[in-house]
Design a protein around this ligand. Structure first.
Ligand SMILES: NC(=O)c1ccc[n+]([C@@H]2O[C@H](COP(=O)([O-])OP(=O)(O)OC[C@H]3O[C@@H](n4cnc5c(N)ncnc54)[C@H](O)[C@@H]3O)[C@@H](O)[C@H]2O)c1
Length: 267
């Protein structure tokens, strides 16, 4: 029987790259997103894929979407909780409860709901792999606005906690923590504003990262698909940073004199 994967936020960026690789690897892919047009175009392009209109803020959308998967495909092998936004910006003093709640629902609660409903199916099957897309912003401060950082840290801790519960039912739960990846999330568009922002992010990656460039969505998707597959059968409860070395430490391209004797020097 063909393996089945459900990918939230599958219509764009890292989610779309994940759908492409899963499809090439032989999965039937359910592309779950609020972006109907791009989701449908992607599903048509892939060999065996279905677009599902899912808003990750709604628990009922997960219930309906996953019920459709079981009706059509009989099983759920992989759940990728990937959809998110950057969410509310700005100083803590100006944060409103409404902004916080909306961001938290999309960035963090969505992962809880996706995991809950996938786990119900996978625990019955005694088989499955859940991959949550977190961020290095959940590992270290300074990479994002406050709410995003807090929600991604919560995603990482939630992943570990649930992995401990589900292991006895042969269900693994892991997180991938991307560094800076060139996708529309940075501005919510792909127009001139996006190009300008991406240019700035690229420059800052070149300043401090061991691998001095932004990542491509496919470089995260490869890690997601590995964690989803049996190739990672002994891995659970982990948060894998895929970040060009960003969280390994800061690299000094303009090295202060006192570091020169013991830090790696590029020139
Ligand atoms: N791009 C980066 O630099 C980066 C870095 C770290 C982590 N991430 C994480 O990677 C994941 C994917 O982001 P991306 O960079 O590919 O961004 P993206 O904007 O290209 O994709 C996000 C997708 O989520 C969907 N989405 C947003 N709100 C939704 C909702 N309410 N219901 C259903 N779908 C919704 C969007 O329509 C979009 O298709 C996110 O969890 C993001 O936080 C991205």
């Amino acid at each position: 029987m063909k393996k089945t994967a459900f990918v939230t936020g599958g219509a764009s960026g890292i989610g779309a790259a994940t759908c492409r690789i899963l499809s090439k690897t032989g999965y039937r892919v359910y592309v779950a997103d609020i972006q109907r047009e791009s989701g449908q175009i992607l599903a048509q392009e892939l060999e065996d894929a279905v677009f599902l209109e899912v808003n990750v803020r709604n628990e009922s959308d997960f219930e309906k979407g996953l019920a459709q998967v079981i009706t059509e495909s009989n099983q759920l092998d992989v759940m990728v909780n990937n959809a998110a936004i950057v969410g509310t910006l700005g100083p803590i003093s100006s944060l409103t409860v409404e902004q916080y709640d909306l961001s938290q629902e999309i960035i963090q609660r969505s992962v809880v709901l996706g995991t809950k409903h996938a786990a119900k199916i996978m625990q019955t099957q005694k088989l499955g792999s859940i991959v949550n897309v977190a961020s290095i912003a959940g590992l270290l401060g300074g990479y994002s606005p406050h709410t995003y950082a807090a929600c991604k840290a919560a995603v990482i801790q939630f992943t570990k906690s649930v992995a401990l519960e589900l292991a006895e039912d042969n269900v693994r739960v892991n997180a991938v923590c991307p560094g800076a990846i060139a996708t529309p999330i940075h501005t919510g568009t792909t127009g001139p504003e996006w190009r300008q922002t991406i240019k700035k992010v690229k420059e800052s990656c070149a300043d401090f990262q061991a691998i001095p460039r932004m990542g491509e969505p496919s470089e995260i998707a490869e890690a997601v698909v590995w964690l989803a597959s049996e190739k990672s059968s002994y891995v659970t409860g982990q948060a894998l940073a895929v970040d060009g070395g960003a969280t390994a430490g800061k690299i000094w391209r303009e090295q202060p004199e006192f570091f020169k004797s013991f830090h790696p020097v590029r020139s």
